[in-house]
Write a protein that binds this ligand. Sequence first.
Ligand code: NDP
Ligand code: 8X3
Length: 258
Amino acid sequence: MQAKWAIITGATAGIGWATAEELAHAGYSLILIGRRADRLKELRDTLIRKVAHQTREQEFKSIAIDITKKSELDDFIQSEGPTINKVSVLVNNAGLAKGTDKFQDAKVSDWDQMLDTNVKGLIFLTRGVLPYMIKRKAGHIVNIGSVAGRWVYPGGAVYCASKFAVRALSEGMRMDLAGTGIRVTNIEPGMVNTEFSLVRFGDSEKASQVYSGMTPLGAKDIAETILWCLQRPQHVNIQELVIYPTDQAAIGQVVRRP
Ligand code: NDP
Ligand code: 8X3
């Protein structure tokens, strides 16, 4: 049997990398997207070493693109058409938060980057892939939202707005795609220990403090959940899932031990 194809954005680190490993182990062929070509190569080599020897049908393609650049997304959709035509899963994972400054002090360039990546990158790529899925009457879009898409916190206005947008987009897509057979899932994690906090603060000391004294989720926890959603029978659509670490009762309530 031919392997199923999945696209994973933000595959060079964290949740995306772990999802690539999980889906590869489950037999998927993958298109891996991120900006860092060296990390994509490392991931591809890892997958080939760990997984591909099990089956000759699996393929791993790495595509270094910046999803904030619409021209790069358009080129990808055009040049990879024959492979995208086989894709049954799109994991819209690439995303980031920048800074925790108050709204009145925050950098406009940080806002641009968050909105261009978390919202516009997601919608343009999805818009490019969907016609292929609709033609085949099958597909699964998995969006990585956040608990920040349900609850706002100080210093998070624009990041939270971007994840509220991911939730609205997931609902809107699901409504517009009703009857096509395409499923849409929004996964909403709490604290996951990845490069996320390093990117947000640009400082490894500050980033490590985020998880001090508590046990955060790991990227694999989210990756396993994504695979579980994909593996539900076709008539079952997990619409949304909120996943917190046990040590985080709510967005601003974290239990820390000395
Ligand atoms: P990481 O920083 O570890 O990974 C983010 C990934 O996104 C990287 O692979 C990065 O790759 C990619 N990326 C960022 N910008 C772009 C871009 N312009 N074009 C292409 N790829 C891009 O963070 P996580 O794994 O934690 O984050 C994954 C998703 O999970 C994000 O959407 C995040 O908002 C969400 N999330 C994270 C939580 C957490 O606590 N960690 C909690 C809830 C949600 P590269 O730099 O190579 O481009
Ligand atoms: C990441 C979770 O709480 O840092 O989306 O916003 S949080």
